[in-house]
Write a protein that binds this ligand. Structure first.
Ligand SMILES: [Zn+2]
Length: 375
């Protein structure tokens, strides 16, 4: 049950002054060839600082397997920037707003492609991918503020010379293309323009979100180890009836030894020295499992186990492990890392009539909204 009083302090702090910033999003990696198309294309070749304008509709092809195209520099560098006065440019079947930038992909004779796009346009396309373009506007507005905060924090953190701010992938957040924007995503972005979350000290902290918590959200330190201010684990029953049902699976002793060994090597500079595993009692909301390998106790974060074995085996970090004979059983709830806003919970709250500030204050109870910029 939500307490109305919880939301009263969640007012918006207005300190907006700057114009809408642009964010550089890595949209594709290790390409052999890149063909971009658009009206009256403008191409700027960065190393020689030459610029060329083409008239009418034009396709430009870049052969990334050729050192002639990429030059001899083995570090990733900006090869060319391409834009159109129409504001739209195509790569294959996808249409993008802003500018497309071609980078060399490190030592590979391949290209990476970056979309430099105004942050608000980025949010309108992202909402359809991270949620759904037809979801209630208040859920989309909550997602817009969280996703904008994530991107803005990365933008502010980026140091000079970095060629992009974030990736369009589950590593950061998944953005879409021009045609992914819907009436609802445009409204959600416009109504929250420039709004971001700040922590109790006024610092911009990354706002995380995930598909379905399954009953309780997690703090960043429970999953990744790093502490981010203001986060709390909150009980969420709102996602229970939607999305992936509770899941379970079995892991044989031999396989678990292998999994634990990989985790120990990757995260703890250790290794399994005895294949006789004994699991200590676990509970659903323990963020770590405790097990003995012979007479040595290992305490392992569940999220490290999930990162190592993959989402097919462990869809969420919210699981309990039990041992029976020579087999281990995992039973879990939810989908995703579990930190911050539960998207299916936000959907249900919006359906029940809660607005985006109430949704955000439920999942980020110690954060506040600040307007970072406004046109
Ligand atoms: Zn939830």
């Amino acid at each position: 049950m939500l307490r109305t009083g919880l939301f009263l302090f969640f007012s918006i702090i207005c300190t907006a002054d700057a114009a809408v910033p642009s964010v550089k999003v890595l949209i594709a990696k290790s390409l052999n060839n890149v063909v971009v198309e658009g009206m009256d294309l403008q191409k700027t070749v960065k190393d020689s600082r030459r610029s060329k304008q083409y008239s009418g509709r034009k396709s430009l092809a870049f052969n990334c397997g050729s050192r002639k195209t990429l030059g001899s520099n083995k570090n990733s560098i900006l090869v060319a920037s391409l834009s159109s006065p129409t504001g739209l440019i195509s790569w294959g079947r996808h249409k993008y707003q802003g500018e497309l930038q071609l980078l060399t992909a490190g030592t590979n004779e391949r290209c990476d492609l970056v979309n430099s796009i105004p942050l608000e346009a980025y949010i309108t396309t992202l909402l359809a991918k991270e949620m759904h373009g037809s979801w209630p506007v208040e859920a989309l507005k909550a997602q817009a503020v969280a996703a904008r905060t994530y991107a803005y924090e990365r933008l502010k953190k980026s140091h000079t010379g970095k060629l992009y701010d974030l990736e369009s992938s589950e590593k950061d957040q998944v953005s879409g293309t021009f045609f992914d924007a819907t009436e609802n995503t445009l409204k959600a972005s416009k109504d929250t323009e420039g709004e971001i979350l700040i922590g109790p000290s006024g610092k911009i902290s990354p706002a995380f979100f995930h598909s379905k918590c399954g009953g309780k959200t997690l703090r960043p330190d429970q999953v990744w180890g790093g502490v981010e201010e203001g986060y709390r684990s909150v009980n969420c029953t709102f996602c229970k009836k939607t999305g992936l049902k509770d899941w379970n699976g079995k892991i044989q002793n031999k396989k678990l030894v292998n999994m634990v060994d990989q985790v120990l090597k990757k995260y703890y500079s250790d290794t399994v020295t005895d294949h006789n595993l004994k699991l200590m009692p676990d509970s659903l909301h323990n963020s770590e499992i405790r097990l003995y390998a012979g007479d040595r106790l290992h305490i392992i974060k569940k999220s490290y186990l999930r990162n190592t074995v993959g989402r097919d085996v462990l869809p969420s970090n919210n699981f309990i492990m039990t041992a029976k004979n020579n087999e281990f059983k995992v039973e879990g709830q939810g989908y995703g890392h579990g930190v911050g806003m539960c998207q299916l919970g936000a959907l249900e709250l919006a359906k029940r009539g809660y607005d985006y500030k109430q949704i955000l204050s439920f999942y980020f109870p110690r954060h506040r909204i600040m307007t970072a910029y406004r046109q």
